[in-house]
Design a protein around this ligand. Structure first.
Ligand SMILES: Nc1nc2c(ncn2[C@@H]2O[C@H](COP(=O)(O)OP(=O)(O)OP(=O)(O)O)[C@@H](O)[C@H]2O)c(=O)[nH]1
Ligand SMILES: [Mg+2]
Length: 222
């Protein structure tokens, strides 16, 4: 008897992610997959971003966490639609999880859907969810050696947000070293230096993101 074996989990996931993307495209919805290590500042960046963009764009957020709904509660306070996924141990989101969560939104009423992935510097970069682009955060407390030690996420991302620059005087991390390493891995990546605590640099990131959304919508409409 021939037993079928699904050899490539990533291949199956890619197929589901592609279907998700087709659904998002039909709603002319731009989707960003936001990734980082635990605690680098994903939810903090979302709070700052939503504050500045919510009068210009209709935004929805999918929060991915192993457990709890703390982050979804923080985002709900900003007055945008949010759904929490609890992965129950899985260290990344995948296409199937997003398929479930996206049904909770009126997709055609949204311009931008932001997926906050599970905090992890490795696995989320391997699993597409149907996004238009991936973006990542590296906080300066993690160290400037991280791009070369964990290259995939830096290679896959369209934007790198270097966060917690208010802490630079206290940590042995040089932003020039991060920039140098990242430029070796991904020449096209847009790099921003921000502090979600002081607000420094956030406007530049938000302006770039808003442009991506409108450009994406124009391209989808053509
Ligand atoms: N000093 C400083 N602290 C920050 C900054 N950004 C975030 N934090 C703090 O870092 C901690 C983690 O921030 P979160 O936004 O929850 O990080 P996260 O990446 O969403 O975390 P997970 O979802 O658990 O992976 C919180 O205590 C934030 O207040 C920053 O720019 N400067
Ligand atoms: Mg978070």
């Amino acid at each position: 008897m021939k037993i079928p074996v699904v050899r490539n989990i990533l291949e199956v996931n890619d197929r589901i992610a592609k279907q998700n993307r087709e659904i998002f495209d039909r709603s002319n919805l731009f989707v960003i997959n936001l990734m980082s290590s635990p605690g680098a500042g994903k939810t903090s960046l979302l709070e700052q971003t939503i504050e500045r963009l919510k009068d210009k764009l209709d935004i929805g957020v999918i929060e991915g966490d192993i457990q709890c709904s703390f982050d979804a509660e923080r985002i709900a306070k900003k007055g945008v639609a949010v759904t929490q996924i609890n992965t129950d141990g899985a260290c990344h989101l995948d296409g199937n999880m997003i398929r479930e969560a996206m049904n909770q939104f009126d997709l055609s009423a949204l311009d931008l859907l932001i997926v906050e992935n599970v905090g992890n510097l490795v696995c989320p970069a391997e699993f597409k969810v149907g996004e238009n682009m991936k973006a990542m955060i590296l906080s300066v407390t993690e160290g400037d050696d991280k791009p070369l030690k964990y290259p995939l996420m830096f290679q896959e991302s369209s934007a790198l947000v270097i966060n917690k620059i208010d802490l630079l005087p206290y940590v042995d991390c040089k932003v020039e070293n991060i920039r140098e390493a990242v430029s070796q891995l991904n020449r096209d990546i847009a790099v921003f230096e921000v502090s979600c605590k002081t607000g420094e640099g956030i406007d530049q990131w938000v302006a770039w993101l808003e442009k991506q959304v409108w450009d994406g919508k124009i391209n989808a409409g053509q």
